[in-house]
Write a protein that binds this ligand. Sequence first.
Ligand SMILES: Cc1ncc(C[n+]2csc(CCOP(=O)(O)OP(=O)(O)O)c2C)c(N)n1
Length: 529
Amino acid sequence: MKNPNIKLLLGDEAVAQAGIDAGISGFYGYPGTPSTEIITYAQRSKIAKERNVHTKWSVNEKTAMEEALGMSYAGKRSMVTMKHVGLNVAADAFINSAISGVNGGLVVTVADDPSMHSSQNEQDSRFYGKFAMIPIMEPSTQQEAYDMTRYAFDLSEKVKLPVLLRLTTRLAHSRSGVVTVEPKEQNKLNPPDDTHRFILLPSNARGRYASLVDIQPELVEISENSEYNKYFDGNDTSLGIISSGIGYTYLMDNFLETPNPYPTLKINQYPLPKKMIRDLFQKCDKILIIEEGYPVIEELLRNNIFEDNKVLGKLTGDLPRTGELNSDIVAKSLGLEVAEDISIPSLVKGRPPAMCVGCGHRDLYDELNTLTKEIGRRRVFSDIGCYTLGALPPYEAIDTCIDMGASITMAKGAADAGIFPAIAVIGDSTFTHSGITGLLDAVNENSPITILISDNYTTAMTGGQDTAATGRIAEICRGVGVKEEHLKLIIPLKKNMEKNIEIIRNEINYQGVSVIIAQRECVKFYKKM
Ligand SMILES: Cc1ncc(C[n+]2csc(CCOP(=O)(O)OP(=O)(O)O)c2C)c(N)n1
């Protein structure tokens, strides 16, 4: 008979379901691959709706982090979700939440993207967890993603700290059957009696930081005894293996038919369990570290704790230093034969992503590109979204894309240096995420820059989520101080091309801040809208 408690879930969905079943009261987050499906799943959940669980998108990762902390302050359980680079945006609140501590359980779920399938870098969030000195959970399977998320809420309430839950792309985006439990009740509203720890004046923060330092041995002890850090014995002590997160799954993919002969430590919880590691080092001649992302464990073990020459991994070339791991790469590092070559044959041509036929960004770039002869090249500062594809042929219309919001601020910096005209191209969601503050900098100095906000009424790149200010972007620009006569609305359609080019030309020649909002609904998501 079908078990109603088994669900076929993506890793992301398992985390969302676990949050709901752990009695969460609020999910907060900003979309970003590969984390987006956590909140989209929660938004569709019947029980989350019945329980009035907060599931709306926030303006950016920092606001999301602070909102989740506010809910935790109130005594309820909350989760904040983001992709790895989002943690850079949320970092101020994130690090300080470890100093204040939490009240209701707070889980910070960050999905890393090794190999940069859809990202600007492949930074490893475990560094942030270590930096903040808080516990980190790193599941190996979808079932563990479910179980560990619920455990993370309990742990967070036990040690009164936020817990970082680290996912990586393959786990977040692949499915498996997950056995679920009955949902718990939500916490009652219960703000803290003593609010001093949430007031990070130096006199309070010093004491809080000392407490955070003091609790570290207890966190190690908890890791040491955690059911999520496991030792598996093996006869062949010429090699010991430490594998974490999905690295363990890749390892065990190679031992489906024969047993793993090597003593192996499976790490899913940090800080690292020192005793368990010491025992493994004593037992084995060499230690291979299999971890997805940066060589975090490897560096800790090589540089700080034990003999260098025993440790093999990404720093010794036994595993690749960059990009994603997979079962075959792990097989090679163990000297095993790879069953079958699954690499893509050279016959298959690379297919770089392209803007959709009928996309308004295309028409905007066509208009901008007609002005290249007049304005010269290498002066278009852009940002992150579908419109970043304007960097590729046939458009080749933009010159930079660094991080969300950097178009306006880089254009301003270049204008400060003497580049004129300096042009910024930014999407509507990116503008509200982190473009508004840069616009205020430019307005305050009346910088000679032209900002093209390509407004398709959605966050298209990550799957068509709502944006924070649909229909209110002009109002925001006015409020920030853009002059009415230099705030223009255009509709990027072929039939308007000449008119639009004229408007862009005039504004580019203006020696101050001008904003042109190019409004046309996204061709892919207009039905949803
Ligand atoms: C700090 C950070 N958060 C999230 C993302 C994921 N992301 C990439 S582009 C984008 C928003 C794109 O929306 P918009 O600016 O409206 O452009 P569109 O894709 O709709 O053209 C997001 C959320 C990211 N790259 N960096």
